[in-house]
Design a protein. Structure first.
Length: 339
């Protein structure tokens, strides 16, 4: 079965072709980062308009790269939510319209399920069950994944997600957008020991996160050391990053121990952070566990993860009326039905 996957939840348009026998055939991605950088963050209306421009050309490219045609597609998977309403509408309407014209099934996929399953696209995938860390601009969650549709939320952020904290810290330090990459790059030249920042909820006894207080501590440092010189900016960035990494790493190791598991899957944009990867791998090794990461290009939003997640769920789906809804707010627990 060949599945076309379409992702349009925020500021990346991703399209991919996944074959249940051959694996990932092709994928293409357009990022809107350059467009939104001028505004310091994602502008929803601009994002929606850009998805309209990109969706069909990217679909044509993916088909061409795979040596396939529209007639070869057996089903279409698309991101139904969560995400920006206008952006979701673009991908959803394109997917359902194509499915209607081709008389094939279409399936709305939960965006976070796509991220959860993305490491399964690699040559050495984890086996169920495993612990999953979803760490991005909108989410910092730890889950126990027992199988497709079998997701148990173990810990969640109570306020800012890790990626959001990176973005806000970047703004405080006068860095560009997106903030995560900018802070990480600056932190490489900094001294993480010069400033002592709090480790929020490190010893809370649960697996939840809170990063808003850390952001406030950075604000205090910035205000205290005005005007900021380059060395101080780098030191603050390094101290901030180390605090985030320490908290996330500690919580993940606690989740593995609590569930008696030895496999940790990391996904989401912040999962590309090199210091976080190094810390998780080192901590897991000491605990006799193993960490699985998607390739860097699949850490951000992409069509491949949607095509794969759709393929895992498509067996029981039949061609229908192609009426559709989007779900800008959609709890992953609502799709936690083991297949």
């Amino acid at each position: 079965m060949i599945i076309l996957g379409i992702e349009s939840s925020c500021d990346e348009t991703g399209v991919a072709l996944y074959d249940t026998e051959q694996g990932l055939r092709s994928h293409a991605l357009h990022s809107q980062v350059a467009m939104h950088a001028e505004y310091g963050g994602v502008v929803p209306e601009l994002a929606s308009r850009d998805h309209i421009r990109r969706a069909l050309p990217l679909t044509q490219k993916v088909l061409h790269d795979a040596g396939a045609t529209l007639k070869d597609i057996d089903a279409i998977a698309y991101t139904q939510g969560p995400g920006l309403a206008g952006a979701l509408l673009v991908g959803t309407s394109v997917a359902e319209s194509l499915a209607f014209a081709l008389n094939i099934p279409a399936l709305g996929v939960h965006h976070l399920e796509g991220h959860l399953l993305s490491p399964l696209l690699e040559e050495n995938p984890p086996a169920f069950p495993f612990i999953a860390l979803l760490v991005s601009g909108g989410h910092t969650q730890i889950m126990r994944v027992g199988g497709i549709g079998d997701y148990e939320l173990l810990g969640d952020t109570l306020d800012d997600a890790a990626g959001e904290a990176f973005d806000k810290t970047a703004k405080l330090l006068g860095l560009g957008y997106p903030g995560g990459a900018a802070v990480s790059k600056l932190a490489e030249s900094g001294d993480p020991t010069r400033f002592k920042l709090p480790r929020p909820m490190l010893n809370s006894g649960d697996l939840n996160f809170s990063f808003s207080g850390l952001k406030t501590a950075v604000l205090t440092l910035v205000n205290t050391h005005q005007p900021l010189d380059e060395i101080t900016r780098a030191d603050i960035a390094s101290a901030f990053q180390q605090a985030v990494v320490e908290v996330i790493s500690s919580k993940c190791m606690a989740a593995l121990k609590q569930c008696g598991l030895k496999q940790l899957v990391v996904s989401g944009g912040v999962g590309a952070n090199r210091q976080l990867r190094a810390a998780l791998s080192n901590a897991a090794q000491k605990q006799g566990a193993e960490v699985f990461y998607p390739r860097l290009e699949f850490c951000t939003d992409n069509g491949a993860m949607i095509a794969f997640a759709g393929a895992m769920r498509m067996k029981s789906i039949k061609a229908g009326s192609h009426a559709f809804t989007i779900k800008p707010r959609w709890d992953l627990a609502e799709v936690s039905v083991p297949l």
